[in-house]
Design a protein around this ligand. Structure first.
Ligand code: DI6
Ligand code: FE
Length: 403
């Protein structure tokens, strides 16, 4: 008789495994965990002869995969509250950026902050995500824009790995510094900073910001060619404020994801579908910037592009400390179904991070990243804007939040 570390019973499971039942749901489920992995999931009546060391009876609560926030800029110095007020006074995001504010103001504050300070402030933000069931979070660099500060941001992100799993993205092409030749800057990022960050083990994915106010397709291609030669996957901030052909460029490089996509064309959608690139939708930035052009959700859905949802937590365009709020806004603003929103922060978010084999669904072989909720139906996770619904979380079989 095989022993197992932990058995969850008296629960309902939204496995998010594609199949007949919405949410891959199992009423009256049992979930067996051994050595950090799920070893069995199914109806309790069919549970095989395994003897648990520990049993958790969950009072009929719902269990989902631990949530995954696949796009954040969680590490930064300073704040941009004044910019928020300036926009409310009539200034646009682009005007503020072109005047030297925006991303560059976060860069100045991040350069002067030491690592301990950045850790303290990012950890405080992270606590909000942990408290609502997040077990994996992606964190980008991009407020350094010099070699030293980009590496500092990535070290801070790695340091935060603990209660949650941290995936890092190198975002050296986020904004062109005003006081430096553009070409020289791109060359420094491509030829020095990225190889140095990779050599230090600090990079999981390479990201860039393709936009009129940021970098051109030619500049992004230089970076992505280097990423490819280093064996690193890529993703892209694409078509947020204008159609820059970002979705198609991302697809050409077999990107894990293309993110934002408000202005993506039909051709961009088709290219993403062919490449298997995930569409990451970021309703927080859409709402905070009071945008009106929405991402082509119906076209993405029709083409079979997997959609993820993320907070884009950043000090400028998405001051958002809640992934569940992003789920609700993805439904209310972008017309995702609650099931699509939950897939967007579990299964599809895992795919967007290259982690689909490890997490994002409740099935045997995956890590035991589990969230338990005080809800009546899985749709409730997308229904409330704000509020606390979480009962408990495990990361790889280790309990995180207990109340
Ligand atoms: N993500 C980004 O990287 C940019 N917009 C977005 O949604 C800029 C973020 C910033 O202004 O700091
Ligand atoms: Fe972003």
């Amino acid at each position: 008789m095989q022993r197992i570390d932990l058995l969850l019973t008296d629960c309902r499971a939204a496995t998010m495994v594609p199949g007949e039942a919405p949410y891959g749901a199992i009423e009256d489920a049992a979930i067996a965990v051994h050595e950090g992995h799920i070893v069995w999931v199914g109806p309790r009546a069919e549970f095989p002869d395994l003897t648990p060391v520990n049993t958790a009876r969950l009072g009929g609560r719902w269990v989902t995969p631990g949530l995954i926030d696949c796009h954040t800029h969680l590490v930064f110095g300073g704040d941009r509250i004044g910019e928020f007020e300036a926009r409310l006074g009539g200034a646009t995001y682009e005007e503020i950026a072109l005047a030297g504010g925006g991303i560059r103001s976060s860069v100045a504050a991040t350069r002067v902050a030491d690592e301990a300070e950045l850790i303290k402030r990012a950890r405080k933000r992270l606590e909000n995500f942990v408290a609502e069931g997040v077990t994996t979070i992606e964190i980008k660099s991009g407020y350094g824009l010099d070699l030293e500060t980009e590496l500092k941001m990535l070290r801070v992100a790695r340091y935060l790995d603990g209660d949650v799993r941290v995936v890092t993205s190198f975002l050296g092409l986020h904004a062109a510094p005003k006081d430096q030749d553009r070409d020289a800057y791109v060359a420094m990022i491509v030829d020095e900073a990225l190889p140095a960050a990779k050599a230090a083990g600090l990079v999981d994915i390479v990201d860039a910001y393709l936009e009129g106010i940021a970098f051109t397709p030619a500049e992004v291609s230089r970076l992505f060619d280097k990423a490819r030669s280093l064996g690193l996957p890529v993703r892209l901030h694409a078509d947020q404020l204008s159609d820059g052909g970002g979705a198609a460029l991302a697809a050409r490089y077999d990107a894990l994801s293309a993110d934002h996509l408000e202005h993506t064309s039909d051709a961009g959608v088709a290219a993403m579908a062919a490449a298997g690139t995930v569409a990451v939708l970021l309703p927080g930035a859409f709402v905070a910037l009071a945008e009106t052009k929405k991402p082509p959700v119906a076209a993405l859905r029709g083409a079979g592009v997997a959609m993820a949802v993320a907070s884009d937590c950043n000090p400028g365009t998405s001051p958002m400390l809640s992934l569940r709020a992003a789920m609700m806004l993805a439904c209310a603003q972008f017309r995702l179904t609650p099931e699509e929103a939950l897939a967007g922060v579990t299964r599809n978010a895992a795919t967007a991070l290259g982690l689909a084999a490890e997490t994002g669904a409740l099935e045997a072989g995956k890590l035991a990243d589990l969230a338990v909720w005080d809800i009546e139906r899985p749709a409730e996770l997308s229904y409330w804007l704000g509020g606390s619904l979480l009962h408990k979380t495990w990361r790889a079989g280790v309990p995180i939040v207990s109340r």
